[in-house]
Design a binder for this molecule. Structure first.
Ligand SMILES: [Zn+2]
Length: 487
């Protein structure tokens, strides 16, 4: 950022809650159905149809709010947010306004600026406030450019899908803080199982409010909203672009206009979408069709008790218990399934360090190659643990183990079955290796003489020959030791 300036960034994240049915009717929330298949009089907004709140939405919202350190209000109110849009047939969206489901949260996360190559420079713990998280319904979708270029189609399958809108305090000063915060939110919501967090598919959407001010000034500059950014990286780039743009406008005597802008990934810039409405333009009022939502202290306590270990706590535990580096622990806890996989494999192997290495270097690469995620890995974590045991007890070498892992991915067999079938057992029998080495030394007298004359780099040559003579089955450690002794 240009010297003398400071950016102020606030973030609004819309998380689609994982429920089978919509928020106010029994229609399915399944993705990918034929247009308007999942609709009924309630979500079509037909006159006289009445909404009934889905209990599961409150269960999901409760878990999310508590995981993000928010206070759940014992009583919250559903309100109508009035605006006209073709994909909103009722003419209003049911949301929450002055009495939201939850408010006053705070999260402490690891964040870092990045260098040119995107690598973290220095991880620091920072606190960011969350103003509120309220429950609302999603609108439908306008679909352009299918068949009739001059027409717009309306698909209301998404209308009435439950959302949690999480509004942060304007606490972020850089695009990377915003990036780390949204990435933290996504991870947390995935961990507690309330949102898939897929930004590309739109079940996690993020809008950023960005303004700039001269460093040291307290008054806020005019803010611009950036909407509909569908990946974390684009969000970061869009914020950076917007900060630079606003500083340039201000420095050249221009004025920032309050507006909504969109990010163009093709042109790497933001552009104007529309001038922004103020809250009073929506004429919010309590929805007369829905009673106030009341939750008991007891329900809140039970929901809190049902939460799993959260990602930040787990990352810290991995650092403390397994002696990992911050990046390693971060990667292994980024997904709950991956962290679970690691812990099962580490226990089965009796060697957490090796389990972490094998997962991060070999297994994830193998899975990428076959387009699988960790939760559909053909290699069970217990089997990866068994493979590591075979290396540790000297049955097979690390090199053989890579070959065995490849077979495990392809066939789903256990390492013991593959080792047996392929006759891969490592030769650790000293007598057998000695015989091979004696033969080798006899066959290469000139190299032996050179080695003894001081050319010790030839050791590698002898090791290579011994491994070749045993088709890679000799225990490399034993080969090295015996060679040194004999030479
Ligand atoms: Zn419906």
């Amino acid at each position: 950022m240009k010297a003398g300036w400071e950016a102020v960034i606030g973030l609004e994240v819309h998380a689609q809650l994982n429920t089978q049915s919509k928020i106010f009717c029994a229609c399915s929330t399944a993705f990918g159905q034929a247009p308007n298949e999942n609709t009924c009089p309630v979500c079509l907004g037909l006159p006289g149809a009445l909404p009934v709140l889905n209990r599961q939405v409150i269960v999901c919202a409760g878990k999310a709010a508590l995981a993000l350190g928010l206070r759940i209000n014992p009583r919250s109110i559903f309100a109508r947010k009035n605006y006209f849009y073709p994909d909103l047939p009722k003419g209003y969206q049911i949301s929450q306004y002055d009495r939201p489901f939850s408010e006053q949260g705070q999260v402490e996360i690891l964040t870092s600026e990045r260098d040119e190559g995107g690598r973290a420079i220095e991880w620091q713990r920072k606190r960011f406030g969350i103003t509120r998280a309220h429950i609302e319904e999603d609108a439908g979708k306008s679909v352009h450019d299918i068949g009739h270029p001059e027409k717009t189609h309306i698909d209301l399958n998404r209308a009435g899908t439950p959302l949690l809108e999480i509004v942060s305090d304007p606490d972020f000063r850089t695009s990377w803080e915003a990036y780390d915060y949204v990435s933290f939110l996504r991870r947390t919501l995935q961990y507690v199982g309330v949102c898939d967090g897929n930004m590309e598919e739109g079940n996690l959407r993020c809008d950023a409010n960005v303004s700039v001010r001269p460093r040291g000034e307290l008054a806020l500059g005019t803010k611009v909203e950036i909407k509909n950014v569908n990946s974390l990286r684009f969000l970061q780039k869009a914020i950076d672009y917007e900060i630079d743009r606003q500083i340039t406008v201000r420095e050249t005597g221009g004025v920032i206009v309050q507006e909504t802008r969109l990010w163009s990934e093709r042109e790497n810039r933001t552009y104007t979408m529309r001038s922004k409405e103020d809250a009073h333009d929506y004429r919010y009022f309590p929805d007369p069709d829905l009673p106030p939502l009341e939750v008991s202290e007891d329900w809140i306590a039970r929901t809190r008790a049902s939460l799993p270990e959260l990602p930040e706590a787990r990352r810290q535990r991995f650092l403390d218990d397994y002696g990992m580096g911050a990046d390693e622990a971060g990667t292994l806890t980024a997904q709950r399934e991956l962290a679970n996989y690691f812990e099962t494999a580490a226990a089965a192997a009796g060697n957490p360090r090796a389990a972490a290495n094998w997962i991060l270097t070999e297994l994830l690469r193998e899975l990428r190659a076959i387009g699988r995620e960790i939760d559909s890995s053909p290699v069970a974590p217990e089997d990866l643990g068994a493979l590591i045991r075979l290396i540790d007890d000297g049955t097979i070498s690390g090199k053989m183990a890579k070959e065995v892992l490849g077979e495990m991915v392809a066939t789903g067999e256990t390492p013991a079955q593959i080792v047996e079938r392929k006759g891969l057992v490592q030769i650790s029998d000293t007598a057998a290796i000695e015989t091979i080495i004696d033969r080798l030394l006899a066959a290469n007298p000139r190299e032996v003489e050179a080695y003894r004359g001081g050319k010790t780099s030839l050791l590698g040559f002898f090791v290579g020959q011994a491994m070749k003579a045993t088709q890679g089955k000799a225990n490399p450690k034993a080969v090295n030791e015996l060679l040194r002794k004999k030479l």
